[in-house]
Design a protein around this ligand. Structure first.
Ligand code: SF4
Length: 674
């Protein structure tokens, strides 16, 4: 049972029904800061799902600290809309707080009202905003602290149960704490005590404004993992300082946006960073919440049972499945749609200022579109061909809408290409999506027929009102120039499916996502496991070069040859860098702007054009060539069925090469249109 997870907690008089906290997630559903229908429905769904408390935000406290797309409490005009949101969340059984946000030097001048650089403790260059900040005067400091306090009062007026001050991830308060960004010589710089002062005064200002009985949380960084930044000693001192200043709960995460150690990608083992919360918890008396990659109920329960923290913060887990808490409480673990740590719909969208989505949840952030959808006028008999994520998602949604659904899958298990997607160590969680679909197909009453090769005549004669083809892709191959046949060539799909185990000298042709991930899978064999590597990284953050050099070279010689100027094209921001960093660490050689000249006597000869135009010829010893040169839609069945069934749809990759995210989203939309 999950006794610890579902035990109540009281924080400064605020009664929480369980230990699940949904931290603020900058989803960009607001309209110029005002609460929208989209924003409300998103949170209402999470409130219904059983979390004890939701933190909305980050909410702008003024125009200098946050982008216009964020939620806002920067003046009184915002209060009314959020009052309604708060009321709706309360009606659905959850408590709600407002995260009050100031990004400091992470603000880009293009987002600032006056197009001046972002404010910070000192004038320093940020690798995240790619700009140099403006040092705050003492007057700026006072004004910003006052804005924080005023926004807190507005939050209280709007009915929020608490406020949370953001002091994590490299935002403004971190910039005062860290010596990397704080070069001041006044009372806000220099000694640790002085560097804690700004954040401490923000808390004091907020506390004075809201009174002693109103819960004030703070989201802090347990260790910024920035060489020369705020490590354990600084963050513990800061935690004690803000506790003394009046904080009631510390919500602990790790890292900055510039940190070069992965914090939330799929290769971070679940629960890895809960030790940060534990370190803080040992130093303070107030409750502490642990964060980062807590997506599994057993991990969450264990964190609490071991006393590492008093709450667990889960943002992406609840984006992926708002019903996560209810499902855990009711023992419906197989029905949990787990967050994959892929960052493809949430973090990647935020980099492009797009509203957040989720790869595994096609309704996430779009709940308002489905709220008033009428039930189908007629129950239809529907055939879905292909049990990949698109086909399975469509089948489940159609069956849940009341249709009579049959799913044909040609292999012995549903999942389509998911086992290949899950091959890299950072994407292993994708295998769990197969288990989820198996459970949900069974629960929703879909008739699943595996080992069933679809035949157009049989499908057309089956009496189906609707046929949906979700038949995936066919990997492309290509002839190699001047090839003497001395080296066998396979597709990346064959390698990821483990049809062949390559030897030592590997040449991968094609440096897009599939080529890079295949290189990663092959390079990892015989090196440290992701768990070992992360352990070493976080405990030896200052000594990464030594570690990488000593411990993590691949046993294979792997070269990626790409004709385009860039290796890694097609990755989402936020997911590419750990993978590309891993390739470098394991010694994978990358040849962009390079074409194959010949394959002879187990040597691949390539011609590379450098950035300055210089051309060089390189000979690469090779036992196996792997082709990662794309794929084409497998739409044969769809074309054969055209005009032969009453309604026909082509879904996912068989209609055009896309991503799991688009296949899942399109599947939901299609299911709700039938
Ligand atoms: Fe998790 Fe990926 Fe969904 Fe983000 S997009 S919540 S990382 S599954």
């Amino acid at each position: 049972n999950f006794h610890h997870l579902f035990s109540p907690l009281t924080v400064n008089g605020l009664e929480l029904k369980n230990r699940i906290l949904m931290p603020a997630f900058h989803m960009k559903y607001a309209d110029h800061g005002y609460a929208t229908d989209r924003l409300k429905e998103f949170y209402y769904e999470r409130a219904k799902g059983g979390a004890a408390m939701i933190l909305v935000g980050g909410m702008r406290i003024d125009d200098l600290g946050g982008d216009i797309g964020l939620d806002s409490l920067s003046d009184d005009s915002f209060i009314e809309g959020y009052q309604e949101l708060v009321k709706g969340i309360h009606q659905r059984g959850a408590k709600v707080g407002a995260q009050l946000y100031h990004a400091g030097r992470y603000m880009r001048s293009s987002s600032m009202p006056d197009h001046l650089p972002g404010l910070s403790a000192s004038s320093t260059f940020s690798g995240f905003s790619r700009e140099t900040s403006r040092e705050m005067s003492v007057e700026d400091i006072r004004l910003t602290q006052q804005k924080w306090a005023e926004a807190a009062v507005r939050a209280k007026k709007a009915g929020f149960d608490a406020v949370e001050i953001i002091a994590c991830t490299g935002y403004l308060i971190c910039q005062f704490l860290s010596e990397i960004t704080n070069k001041r010589t006044d009372e806000y710089g220099g000694s640790l005590e002085n560097r804690c002062r700004f954040g401490q005064e923000v808390v004091q200002a907020v506390r004075r404004a809201v009174g002693p009985d109103y819960p004030v949380f703070m989201r802090i960084t347990g260790n910024d993992f920035m060489p020369g930044g705020a490590g354990f000693a600084e963050t513990v001192a800061f935690a004690k300082a803000v506790e003394e200043a009046g904080v009631d709960l510390l919500n602990v995460t790790g890292g900055w946006h510039e940190t070069q150690i992965p914090q939330i990608t799929g290769d971070v083992p679940p629960g890895t960073y809960t030790y940060l919360a534990h370190q803080i918890k040992q130093a303070v008396k107030i409750p502490v919440s642990a964060s980062n990659r807590i997506n599994d109920p057993y991990v969450a329960e264990e964190v609490l049972a071991l006393g590492k923290s008093d709450m667990v913060s889960m943002a992406r887990a609840l984006l992926a499945d708002p019903q996560w808490p209810n499902k855990v409480r009711e023992g419906r673990l197989c029905e949990i749609r787990k967050c994959m740590g892929c960052n493809q719909g949430c973090l990647a969208n935020s980099f492009f200022d797009k509203p957040g989505e989720c790869l595994v949840n096609g309704k996430a952030g779009r709940e308002y579109l489905f709220r008033d959808k009428p039930a189908p006028e007629k129950v239809k008999k529907i055939l879905v061909v292909g049990g990949g994520p698109g086909g399975a998602e469509a089948a489940v949604n159609l069956a849940q809408r009341g249709h009579q659904v049959t799913l044909w899958e040609k292999s012995d298990r549903i999942g389509g290409q998911l086992p290949l997607v899950a091959a890299p160590s950072g994407k292993r969680d994708f295998m769990e999506l197969i288990g989820y679909y198996e459970s949900m197909l069974a629960k929703s009453g879909v008739e699943v027929v595996c080992n069933k090769e679809a035949d157009a005549a049989e499908a057309a004669a089956g009496g189906f009102d609707v046929v949906i083809t979700a038949t995936g892709v066919i990997p492309k191959t290509m002839p190699l120039p001047n090839d003497d046949g001395s080296v066998p060539a396979y597709t990346a799909h064959q390698i990821l499916a483990k049809e062949v185990i390559p030897g030592k000298n590997v040449v991968i042709i094609g440096g897009g996502t599939v080529g890079c991930e295949t290189a990663h899978v092959l390079a990892e064999a015989g090196t440290l496991t992701p768990e070992q590597y992360h352990f070493l990284c976080i405990h030896h953050a200052e000594n990464r070069e030594f570690l990488d050099d000593l411990m993590n070279h691949s046993l294979r010689n792997i070269s990626i040859v790409e004709i385009l100027p860039k290796i890694g094209k097609g990755f989402d921001p936020g997911t590419a860098w750990p993978l590309l960093q891993g390739l470098d660490r394991m010694g994978v050689k990358k040849y962009p702007n390079t074409k194959v000249l010949s394959v002879k006597d187990k040597v691949v000869t390539v011609e590379r054009t450098a950035k300055d135009g210089a051309v060089s010829v390189i000979e690469i010893p090779c036992d196996i060539i792997i082709l990662a040169v794309g794929a084409v839609p497998n739409d044969k069945l769809y074309r054969e069925l055209e005009g032969k069934v009453p309604e026909l749809y082509n879904l996912g990759d068989s209609s055009g090469i896309g991503k799991v995210l688009t296949a899942v989203r399109d599947a939901v939309d299609l299911a709700y249109s039938i």
